[in-house]
Design a protein around this ligand. Sequence first.
Ligand SMILES: [Zn+2]
Length: 360
Amino acid sequence: MDVLHHFDGGVPAPFDIVDDQVTFDLRPDRHVLHVLLRGTRPGVRVSLNVGEKTAQFVADQGLLVSRDGLRYEALPFDQSAPGRLSVGLDEGGDVYVATAPPYGRDNLDRLLTETRTAPDLAVRLLGSGGRATPLFLFGREAAGRPVHWFIGGEDAWECAGSWVADAMVRELASGGDLARRLLDRAAVRIVPLPSPYSATQPAASYTTLEGRGLYAAATWGDGQPPPEFARLRDEVVSTVRQGRLGLLLTIHSWHAARDLSGMEFIRTAGATEITGARLEWAKQTLETLIRGVPKGRAHVAEKIWHPGLARDYLLAEHGAVTFRIEITTCGQLYQGFAGTARHLLENTAAVTDWGPALPR
Ligand SMILES: [Zn+2]
């Protein structure tokens, strides 16, 4: 048996192979595993030595396993002890294993290729500083029409969010009834993967142009975020300045740390506070947006948990009410992600007044 790293910029965790058991060492706090095990024998056992946080992320999700490197299934760990999770694989041969359902640049290429003839779709490349991210634009731009933003995979390794955004692009590209209902009244902009090599990078892998480390990549409040984030932020701010912002939803994933997909907005940021009728609108909109979302739960947060994230920056600097969802990988993969995407689009279409997203 060999262990090969996958081909998207990741570095495999340290491992050792003893007989038919391979053990990856993800300690103290490494979450990302994305490798190809080549030439395994039936009954091979895959074990992870994990820190507390990694265990929290993956224990209730299982080990993600794929035969073709495209679609993964979650195999529950059949043995677990403090600091160690383990699963046996019946079949031998080549097998991909991962701790998140990988979504990288190759998935994005596939999405671009498979949707390129869709009516109503334009693609722009937002880039500078040698890095770029594709922006999918649906619907007609016109004064008075809200512009909805969906941004998946802001933080490295939070692949479930990218899968949801990917499914949104496919749903709207299909030109079906849901697409028509939403695009008759609004323009939609989707970014499935702003961060390069998202699947294989640890969450703290991002730096500014000067090499300063950032919390993941999603630090909108930073003076100089990574270049592709700076461009994305400029685009969103321009939507805000035109007074056209509808929904802005960032789609994150806390993996299996919680058995629910949590959506929230924050009530205060900097000197800004959402009160009165606008607060009621935000609560009502939150309730509408989460309806029918698999494992969905809504919550109003008093303030941000980490300063400078999109909803904190946009509320503090521009007075904009925006939303975030954390997708769970507990007991759900692609079907759950696609269902989440459909409900989120459906629910966005069901909100008739987006005016209060921006201050008067
Ligand atoms: Zn995140």
